[in-house]
Design a protein around this ligand. Structure first.
Ligand SMILES: NC(=O)c1ccc[n+]([C@@H]2O[C@H](COP(=O)([O-])OP(=O)(O)OC[C@H]3O[C@@H](n4cnc5c(N)ncnc54)[C@H](OP(=O)(O)O)[C@@H]3O)[C@@H](O)[C@H]2O)c1
Length: 323
């Protein structure tokens, strides 16, 4: 079944029948087990968020499969192992039964360890798509065990993943957001899922009396840093100009996603058991005491999945397609 193809943002994702892609040189054909849906995919595929999309095909349509990160099984490999640059072979996302991917963008997972001993399902493991983005930024500013990190805002999909990842890395976290209810959920979740986690997360409620573009939460967090503090800017905001940068010798680094080495390291953390265990392969969730609360959809439920992803967001919440 599938893939879910975007030909125009007016129409949105459509389930199409296409031939199974053949893995070319340096690529691998992956049978998708779980493909992550993020909170603003709906806005990207409707054009409400002006994201750069792959160039149109000669017929003028956008014509590519939606999606980004996925967990799957190798179905076939290309005729040789030579590597092609990603932009020569990678156009489609993972909202599909099969997707052909450049070898350098695939990472082997230790299935007996992760799904056997640690109890993760494929849908659970797809939450790596959130955690690894946060890890890319935290590794980029060399977060060390025992250091204190401010995450702001902390209650979105990627912000929440930043809290979980930083605690798994051994840091103390100060989490900021507007909603006391979400902060209480965050504290309870971390306390329930990490040994001694409760001692390592404190929360601060910001007033929320300003629109996102005018809110001072980021600059307030920067002012709270020690002299010589490091900042990883991962949200798409330009609101980080503050005299604290010079006055406190701060280092600001922008980061999109992660490097391949970061993902290699992240998979080692996961396999080492530094995150909470899964539920023995059962992706049905128990709020408050497990790795991730995943909602699972079929590819013919595109609208339901995109709507759910926009709502079911925040720390430990995730939506996937299971083709
Ligand atoms: N650098 C990268 O590699 C990368 C990758 C993916 C995404 N991103 C970026 O990350 C951002 C999305 O992050 P996310 O998934 O965590 O967010 P999200 O799920 O869209 O949640 C939005 C967050 O923003 C907060 N917020 C919204 N309006 C606010 C206001 N007026 N004042 C204070 N806080 C406010 C919300 O807090 P409340 O709980 O108080 O509402 C919530 O924590 C986007 O900018 C996206 O472009 C970057």
């Amino acid at each position: 079944m599938g893939p879910l193809i975007l030909t125009s943002t007016e129409i949105g994702l459509e389930l199409k029948t296409v031939p199974t892609p053949a893995p070319g040189r340096g690529t691998v054909l992956v049978r998708v087990e779980a493909a992550s849906v993020i909170s603003y995919h709906r806005d990207i595929f409707s054009g409400a968020r002006n994201y750069p999309l792959p160039s149109p095909t000669p017929d003028g349509g956008l014509g590519f499969a939606g999606g980004f990160s996925a967990v799957g099984r190798v179905a076939a490999v290309g005729p040789d192992g030579s590597r092609h640059l990603a932009n020569r072979v990678w156009r489609d996302g993972a909202f599909a039964e099969y997707v052909a991917l450049p070898l350098e963008n695939c990472h082997p997972l230790d299935e007996p360890r992760l799904c056997g001993q640690l109890g993760y399902s494929a849908a659970d493991l797809a939450y790596t798509s959130y955690l690894s983005v946060a890890f890319g930024g935290l590794r980029d500013i060399r977060l060390e065990p025992g250091e204190t990190l401010v995450v702001c805002p902390a209650t979105g999909g990627f912000g929440g993943a930043g809290v979980l990842t930083a605690v798994a890395m051994g840091a103390r976290v100060l989490a900021m957001c507007r909603s006391e209810a979400e902060l209480a959920r965050l504290r309870a979740r971390v306390a329930a899922t990490f040994a001694a986690g409760n001692n390592r997360v404190e929360t601060v409620r910001v007033t929320g009396d300003a629109a996102a573009g005018n809110s001072t939460h980021l600059r307030s967090a920067m002012r709270a840093l020690r002299r010589g503090g490091r900042v990883s800017l991962m949200g798409m905001t330009a609101d980080f100009g503050d005299c604290a940068v010079a006055a406190k010798n701060l280092t600001l680094k922008g980061k999109v996603m992660y490097e391949r080495e970061d993902l290699v390291q992240f998979v080692k953390m996961l396999e080492a058991g530094l995150f909470p265990r899964g539920q023995g392969g059962n992706s049905e969730m128990v709020e408050g005491n497990s790795f991730v609360d995943t909602m699972v959809f079929r590819l013919d439920q595109a609208k339901e999945a995109l709507d759910a992803a926009a709502e079911h967001t925040g720390l430990g919440r995730h939506v996937v397609f299971k083709p």
